[in-house]
Ligand binder design. Structure first.
Ligand code: CO
Length: 174
């Protein structure tokens, strides 16, 4: 197992709209890939990690999320391959960050209730309705796979401020 380097804002792969992958082609690589992605996600205390955040152009992401609201609840893993958001409902503004923009946090408007379709790690098609943190994670990760970052969702008037903040943070990124 290994902890992988997470790509950072400014690297072109984060701006790529990733094409769907062929599950059968991906399957042999999947066990090792998921181990590495999970280890990386845990090491940097992330909620999710998209393939382009580790430099791969697969349309897939991993999400690690507490099973319940209880303290120290075990983490549940979602592997979403070729995900597609089928519907979005509700609206909530909440603070959000991203492993590819470490140190930056901003209030982002997201849907509170989403239905997503994807292929899971066993190659089975799933349709899942999610609320709360999981709904937010699904949207954030699907955005990554479409080449979008959470800062794209901010009010354009905040852009100069965000640019400045990124300039400052960048020197600390690896
Ligand atoms: Co992110």
């Amino acid at each position: 197992m290994s902890i992988l380097r997470v790509t950072k804002y400014g690297e072109s792969i984060l701006r790529q709209k990733l094409k769907p992958v062929d599950y059968k082609e991906l399957a042999p690589k999947l066990p090792q890939l998921l181990k590495d992605m999970e280890e990386t996600c845990l090491a940097v205390r992330g909620v999710g990690l998209a393939a382009n955040q580790i430099g791969l152009d697969y349309r897939m992401a991993l999400i690690l999320i507490p099973e319940s609201d209880e303290e120290n609840a075990p983490l549940k893993r979602y592997v979403i391959i070729n995900p597609k958001i089928l519907s979005m409902r509700g609206e909530k503004i909440e603070e959000e960050g991203c492993l590819s923009l470490p140190g930056l946090w901003a209030e982002v408007k997201r849907a509170t209730d989403v239905t997503i379709q994807y292929i899971d790690e066993n190659g089975v098609e799933q349709v899942k309705r999610a609320r709360g943190l999981l709904a937010k994670a699904f949207q954030h990760e699907v955005d990554h796979l479409d080449g979008k970052l959470f800062i794209d969702l901010l009010d354009p008037t905040l852009k100069p401020e965000i640019k400045k903040a990124i300039k400052k943070l960048r020197s600390k990124w690896n």
